[in-house]
Design a protein around this ligand. Structure first.
Ligand SMILES: [Zn+2]
Length: 311
């Protein structure tokens, strides 16, 4: 059960561990960042390859990170990956995935019943998967003692009763179809079990942590900000899919539901992170997983990588 894919750092009074559910190649960069010039990837090949880009195969690479926080006496999970046994007919990579995620969580000292809070930075199939597990044919909360913090706007957006369009096509990939069954198997059971805590504009978790709505990637996309002593961090979910978006924050990913709003919030949150020496922790960075950034021309640059074990 020794897990080389985990690593732990401390910021102020908060301990942050990383659990990687899955890591690998997804698709050509031109599909992930439709307006991202190939030349940009080539120019930064030396540090993008091999973690973020398999240059030889020309494939964008990603990880499914769950951030495990210990703050003010509680154990908190930020995002819950793809999950096991979820049927995603239009996204083969995620469909019926089986991993030892719970063993990896145990390797950082966390059993399901230990989790006090689950935060879904937004509602997409690769962020809510382990919200639930299959038990006697029914999807039930994986973390029986946890409250699940989910933004109200994403609940409203994805609820099939609100008529979410099945026709949405983003950058050649169908975002809606990729999330087929997600609401039913990973969100609704949490609501039905009475475990969800829906929030709107902001939510103070404790003296170190707060959530703020930063719409764009989805209507309910949020960032989790950590402030403890002189240390700062920001968990940005899918505001960044690749560090190439640091170089040019206007480059939207094919998964952004509202591209213009996503760019605006990306620039806003990254500016704060650069000006406050905050560690930026996205959900999908492989390799070192997180970075401190600095302003660089019209964009940003990596100032230093976090001390998480490299995948
Ligand atoms: Zn994602």
């Amino acid at each position: 059960m020794a897990d080389t894919k985990a690593g732990t750092i401390r910021l102020g009074d908060v301990e942050i561990s990383r659990v990687v559910e899955w890591e690998g190649a997804i698709a050509p960069p031109a599909m992930i960042l439709p307006e991202g010039p190939q030349e940009l990837w080539e120019r930064h090949r030396e540090w993008l390859d091999p973690h973020f880009w398999d240059a030889e195969a020309d494939l964008y690479r990603a990880a499914m990170n769950t951030w495990v926080l210990r703050s003010a006496g509680r154990t908190i999970l930020v995002d819950t990956g793809i999950g096991n046994g979820k049927y995603r007919p239009y996204f083969p990579l995620m469909s019926y995935l089986e991993t030892d995620f719970l063993d990896r969580l145990a390797a950082v000292g966390v059993a399901p019943e230990d989790v006090d809070l689950v935060i879904n930075t937004h509602v997409h199939a690769d962020h809510v998967g382990w919200n639930t597990t299959l038990s006697d044919g029914a999807w039930v909360p994986t973390f029986p003692n946890a409250r699940y913090l989910i933004n109200q706007a994403d609940i409203a957006y994805w609820n099939p009763l609100n008529g979410h369009s099945k026709q949405a096509v983003v950058g050649g990939l169908t975002a809606e179809f990729g999330n087929q069954n997600m609401y039913e198997d990973s969100v609704a059971p949490i609501l039905e079990a009475g475990r969800a805590e829906l929030w709107e504009d902001s939510y103070v978790i404790d003296e170190n942590l707060r959530l703020d709505l930063r719409a764009g990637h989805t209507p309910g996309s949020s960032v989790l900000t950590l402030r403890s002593g002189t240390d700062h961090a920001v968990f940005v979910g899918d505001m960044l899919h690749t560090p190439v978006q640091l170089l040019d924050p206007d480059l939207h990913s094919c998964f952004d539901e509202d591209q213009r709003a996503a760019s605006e919030t990306r620039r806003r949150v990254l500016s704060w992170a650069a000006d406050n020496t905050a560690l930026v922790l996205p959900t999908h960075f492989p390799g070192p997983g997180a970075a401190e950034i600095t302003r660089d021309g019209a964009g940003f640059a990596v100032r230093g990588w976090a001390g998480f074990a490299e995948v």
